[in-house]
Design a protein around this ligand. Structure first.
Ligand SMILES: *[C@@H]1O[C@H](CO)[C@@H](O)[C@H](O)[C@H]1NC(C)=O
Length: 250
């Protein structure tokens, strides 16, 4: 049986975003049948009250993995490692997907795409960037200390990508040996780890623009920057009309 684990990056105070995902795409029958497992990955919050609420929510829904450090952009990459770890250790899965809590995932379309490209070997699937360079100026600047190279490796955009189990297992094993290089952008980090893995085992890179990075396009596999209302609206369109259409209100 074909299995997928989905790790969703979220933040302590994003209760509304998590509820929208739970009430929309996470209602998919493949989740009910346990062939697809989805978990939110949340770090501790600076405010204790938020953490108390988070623990209650985690107990109630049973779909939150609390990673034991404070939330901080530079540490987001550790959540990606935690997703790989959970996918490797805690569920039986063939593929591990990472998305954000404002990503709408069309689970059956993602699985159909995976079945189409599945070759039995190692896979890295998403909206690929090739020959991208770090921004050296401005608010999101990357210093030479953080990233000395002129180019990033090929990498899939962070809001929705998938790796095969063997790649995730390699990442966890390198992390445990303290050999995993970490970079603050989690998607670029994944590209770097896959590139390393590919130097000894061939990886098939699969690009699809249907893993939308900026918003939504009709017939999407994943859509990004979706508000809770949009998530519900998109789910209704899928349920009622069988159409993968975008919802343009906020
Ligand atoms: C993966 O490895 C192969 C063999 O070394 C190489 O030809 C290919 O360019 C690599 N792919 C990427 C995207 O790095």
């Amino acid at each position: 049986m074909w299995k997928l684990f989905i790790g969703i990056l979220s933040a302590g105070n994003h209760f509304a975003e998590r509820m929208a995902a739970r009430k929309s795409w996470m209602q998919h029958p493949l989740i009910k049948s346990l062939n697809v497992v989805a978990r939110f990955f949340v770090a501790l919050h600076g405010r204790k009250e938020v953490n108390v609420e988070l623990m209650k929510e985690a107990d109630f829904f049973g779909d939150i993995v609390i990673v034991s450090y404070m939330d901080n952009y530079d540490l987001v990459v550790l959540k990606t490692v935690a997703i790989c770890e959970y996918g490797v250790r805690s569920v039986a899965t063939n593929y591990i997907m990472k998305c954000d809590d404002d990503t709408f995932v069309r689970i059956d379309a993602v699985i159909k795409e995976m079945k189409k490209v599945h070759s039995g070997g190692s896979l890295y699937v998403g909206n690929m960037n090739y020959h991208h360079k770090p921004l050296r100026y401005g608010k999101w600047a990357v210093t030479y200390e953080e990233w000395p190279e002129d180019y990033y490796p090929p990498y899939a955009n962070g809001p929705g990508y998938i790796v095969s189990y063997d790649i995730a297992r390699y990442i966890v094993s390198e992390f445990e040996k303290h050999k995993l290089r970490l970079f603050k952008m989690e998607d670029v980090s994944m590209g770097m780890w896959v590139e390393q893995f590919n130097s000894s085992m061939p990886v098939e890179y699969v690009h699809s623009g249907k893993f939308c990075q900026f918003g939504c396009i009709d017939n999407y596999y994943t859509a990004h920057y979706q508000s809770p209302r949009q998530m519900i609206c998109m789910w209704n369109k899928l349920q009622q009309e069988g159409k993968a259409q975008c919802c343009n209100m906020r």
